[in-house]
Design a protein around this ligand. Structure first.
Ligand SMILES: [Zn+2]
Length: 689
C-alpha cells in the first residue's frame, strides 16, 4: 500500500517532540515501504553526486560528504529494526523479508562503485598531506578498507570472480545450515516410562514432555539434538546407555554420509574462501579476516590460544581424574567416556557447592539490579538517571531515563524494555534509535536495552544470576553508546571492530559480582536482608568449576577454525582429517569432544560470520579480565583515575583509534591473558613466598 502524500509519513519528518524521539504512536507498518523507497532513492542520488564530481577529491567533498549522506535511511532503518526486534507483527515481518535483499543490493552498489573507490584511494595515498585529525584519518582509513575488501581497485575479471565466489559461498552456507537443521529434526530419543527418565529433574522432564507433544507423542518424553534439549539430558540422565546413544547422534550431525552430509561443502567453502583472500592480496583467508580485527594477525590469535591451552590442558586432565575417581567411589569400574562427562561433572558440582537457583533468586529483584547498574555508572562516570514520562515509546512496558553527566549536562536517553512478550524476539540486546555525532551540531544518542525477563504480576520481578549478569552486560553496551564523544558517525559509539565490541559490555559485568555492589543491592525481596556472605562465596567459587573442560572444548573448536582458514589457495581439505590432526597437535584428552565439530560448526560455515573469528569470544574475555584487573590493582574497584582513562579511551572513544592503541592508552600496555586464567581458575598456584 502506498500513501497518497509523503508529507503525511511520520517517518520522513524530522521528529519534533521531546528529545526528538520518533512519534511511535503515529507510525504504522504501511509507512515503512514508502519511507524506505524515498530514503534509498535519496541516498543513491547523494552517492552518485559524490562519485560523479569533476572536482578532485578532498576530505570534505568525499569523506565528509559520505558521512553526511544517507541520514534519512539511517533514521528510518533504526526505527524499523527497533520495532522488528522488540515489537514486531506479521506486517513488519513481511517488510523485513522484502527489505533484506534490497538493502544488501543497495550497499553492494555503493561499495562496488569504482569512481567512488578511486577518490577514496587517492585520498588514502595522500593521507599524510591532508592535515587531518586523528579521528578524520581513521574515518578515511575505515572507508578505504571497506571498499578495498569489497574488491575496489581490482580488474573487471577479478571483481566478477569475487562476486561469483560471494554468491556460491552464500548458497553453500545456507545448505550447510539446512543440513544441520534437517539432521537435528530427523532425530528424537523417545523416553518410555519411568526407567528411561531416571535422574531427570522436573524442569528437564517438563521440557522433554513438551518436545514429545510437539511431535504428536502425547504423554511421552523426548530428547532432540538441539543443544538446549540434549545438554540437560546429558547432565542429569542416570541411564548411561541412553546418554551414549543420544551423544553419538548429537556429535554426528552433518556427518551422516547421506544427502545431509556436510563434508564436501566444507571442502568447497574453505577452498573458495582461500581463493577470495588471494584475489584480495592475502596469503590465506585467516590473514584476510584478521587484517580487520584488533588481533590483526593469525600469529597473534594462535599465540593467545596456545597461552590459554597450556594451563587448560593441565586442568582438564585433573578434572578427568576427579570424575574417574567419583565413578570408582560410586562402586563402578568403567572408564569415563565423552558421553559421561557432563553427568559426573554435575554430580561433583552438587557435592562441592550445593547451589540452587531458588536460593539466589529472592535476592535479585529487577528494580534493584537496574539501580545497581545505574549506581555503578554513577560511581565510575558520574552519570545520573532520571525517569521521564513524556517521551514516545512503542510499548507501555518501555521505560525511559534522562541521562546526565556531572554538572547536569544532558547526555542522552536510555530506554529499558525488560519483559518478554510474544511480539519480541528472544535474547537480549542493545540497540539505538540514534547514535551520537557532532557532524552538524550536537546529536545526543537514544540508546535501548531489550531483554526477555519473565514479568511477575503484582510481585517484584526476580532475576536469576545469569539474568542479572545479562542486564549488566547490555547496560555496558548501552554506556558505550551513551558516553560516545566523537565527531563522525563512522566511528561513533559501538561502531568498533568485532573483537573489541564486547569489551565495554563484558567488563561492566565484573561490577555485578562485587561484594560492594551485592551487599547493597542484593537484598531479599521480602525481608530486605542482604545476601548471606556464605551464599555469595559459594556462588563465586562455583564459577571456576569444570572450566578446564569448558576451555578445552572451546579451544579445540577455535584451533580447528584457524587450521581450516590457514590453508593456502587450491586446497580442498578433508574435514575429518583436519579434526584428527588438530586434536593430535593439541594433545586433547579423548574424553573431550569439540564444542562444535566441523560438520555442524555453524559459526564458521553457515556464513562468514565467525570464520577465522571463533577465537574472538576468548579474545574479548582476555580484554575484560585484564581491564578489570586495572581497577583491582589500585585496591579500589571505582578508582577515579582508572575510571577516567576507561571513559576517555574506551567508552567515549568509539572507533577513533586502532583498538590496540586505545587499549594501551587506557592500560599502559597491551592485554595479557593472566587475569583471564585467574578468573577461569586456570592460573598455576602462586608459589608461597
Ligand atoms: Zn554483547
Amino acid at each position: 500500500m502506498t500513501l497518497a502524500n509523503d508529507d503525511e509519513n511520520p517517518l520522513l519528518e524530522k521528529p519534533t517532540g521531546p528529545f526528538e524521539v520518533p512519534p511511535f504512536a503515529r507510525i504504522s507498518p504501511e509507512h515503512f515501504s514508502p519511507a524506505f523507497a524515498r530514503a534509498l532513492e535519496a541516498h543513491r542520488t547523494e552517492i552518485d553526486t559524490i562519485a560523479g564530481q569533476s572536482t578532485p577529491p578532498n576530505f570534505e567533498n568525499t569523506i565528509l560528504a559520505l558521512e553526511r549522506s544517507g541520514r534519512t535511511l539511517a533514521r528510518v532503518s533504526s526505527v524499523f529494526y527497533v520495532l522488528a526486534g522488540a515489537h514486531t507483527n506479521e506486517a513488519l515481518l513481511a517488510i523485513e523479508r522484502e527489505l533484506a535483499p534490497q538493502l544488501s543490493a543497495h550497499w553492494d552498489r555503493i561499495y562496488m562503485n569504482e569512481a567512488l573507490f578511486c577518490r577514496i584511494e587517492e585520498l588514502q595515498q595522500r593521507v599524510g598531506e591532508l592535515g587531518l585529525t586523528t579521528e578524520e584519518a581513521r574515518v578515511l582509513e575505515r572507508y578505504h578498507l571497506a571498499f578495498r575488501r569489497a574488491g575496489g581497485g581490482l580488474g573487471a575479471k577479478a571483481k566478477q570472480r569475487l562476486a561469483e565466489i560471494g554468491e556460491r559461498l552464500a548458497s553453500l552456507g545456507t545448505t550447510f545450515s539446512q543440513n544441520v537443521l534437517t539432521d537435528e529434526q530427523a532425530y528424537a530419543l523417545v523416553l518410555e516410562g519411568e526407567p528411561d527418565l531416571a535422574g531427570l529433574p522436573d524442569f528437564v522432564r517438563a521440557a522433554a514432555r513438551g518436545t514429545a507433544e510437539e511431535r504428536g507423542l502425547i504423554g511421552k518424553h523426548a530428547v532432540t539434538l538441539s543443544r538446549s534439549s540434549v545438554v540437560p539430558f546429558l547432565q542429569f540422565s542416570a541411564r548411561r546407555d541412553l546418554r551414549e546413544k543420544v551423544f553419538r547422534a548429537w556429535i554426528a550431525r552433518g556427518e551422516g554420509g547421506g544427502e545431509t552430509d556436510n563434508t564436501a561443502i566444507i571442502a568447497a567453502m574453505v577452498k573458495l574462501r582461500a581463493e577470495r583472500a588471494q584475489l584480495l592480496g592475502y596469503p590465506t583467508f585467516a590473514h584476510y579476516r584478521l587484517d580487520d580485527s584488533m588481533a590483526k594477525t593469525p600469529e597473534a590469535v594462535m599465540g593467545l590460544l596456545d597461552a590459554v591451552w597450556e594451563p587448560a590442558r593441565r586442568r582438564v586432565v585433573e578434572e578427568r581424574d576427579a570424575l574417574q575417581e567419583l565413578i570408582r567411589v560410586e562402586g563402578s569400574n568403567f572408564p569415563l567416556a565423552a558421553a559421561d562427562w557432563r553427568y559426573f561433572a554435575e554430580k561433583l558440582r552438587k557435592q562441592r557447592f550445593d547451589l540452587g537457583e531458588e536460593e539466589i533468586k529472592p535476592y535479585l529483584q529487577l528494580e534493584n539490579v537496574i539501580a545497581a547498574a545505574f549506581y555503578t555508572a554513577n560511581r565510575l562516570f558520574g552519570l545520573t538517571f532520571t525517569p521521564v514520562e513524556n517521551v514516545p515509546v512503542y510499548h507501555s512496558d518501555v521505560r525511559v531515563w534522562d541521562v546526565r553527566a556531572r554538572g547536569g549536562r544532558h547526555i542522552g536517553l536510555f530506554f529499558g524494555d525488560y519483559f518478554a512478550r510474544p511480539s519480541k524476539r528472544s535474547g537480549a540486546w542493545m540497540t539505538t534509535l540514534r547514535d551520537q555525532d557532532k557532524l552538524d551540531g550536537d546529536v545526543r544518542p537514544l540508546v535501548l536495552n531489550v531483554m526477555n525477563f519473565a514479568k511477575s504480576e503484582g510481585e517484584s520481578t526476580l532475576l536469576s544470576f545469569d539474568d542479572a549478569r545479562t542486564l549488566f552486560h547490555e547496560f555496558g553496551h548501552g554506556l558505550h553508546g551513551l558516553l560516545s564523544d566523537v565527531t563522525y558517525p563512522m566511528v561513533a559509539g559501538t561502531n568498533v571492530l568485532r573483537d573489541f565490541v564486547e569489551l565495554p559490555s563484558q567488563l561492566f559485568e565484573h561490577w555485578m559480582e562485587r561484594p560492594e555492589i551485592l551487599r547493597q543491592f542484593a537484598v531479599h525481596y521480602r525481608t530486605g536482608e542482604p545476601m548471606p556472605e556464605d551464599l555469595l562465596t559459594r556462588l563465586l567459587q562455583a564459577r571456576t568449576f569444570n572450566q578446564g573442560y569448558a576451555t578445552a572444548e572451546f579451544l579445540a573448536s577455535s584451533f580447528v577454525d584457524m587450521d581450516f582458514h590457514l590453508l593456502g589457495p587450491g586446497v580442498a581439505p578433508d574435514a575429518a582429517a583436519i579434526e584428527i590432526e588438530t586434536r593430535g597437535k593439541m594433545g586433547l584428552p579423548e574424553e573431550v569432544v569439540l564444542r562444535h565439530r566441523p560438520p555442524h560448526f555453524l559459526h564458521i560455515f553457515s556464513g562468514d560470520g565467525y570464520a577465522a573469528g571463533y577465537y574472538s569470544y576468548l579474545w574479548s574475555e582476555v580484554l575484560d579480565a585484564d581491564a578489570f584487573s586495572a581497577f583491582e590493582e589500585t585496591g579500589d574497584v571505582f578508582d577515579p583515575a582508572t575510571a577516567k582513562r576507561l571513559q576517555d579511551f574506551i567508552y567515549a572513544a568509539g572507533g577513533v583509534r586502532d583498538p590496540a592503541d586505545a587499549y594501551t592508552q587506557f592500560r599502559g600496555r597491551l592485554p595479557t591473558p593472566e587475569a583471564l586464567l585467574r578468573r577461569r581458575g586456570l592460573a598455576a598456584e602462586r608459589p608461597s613466598s
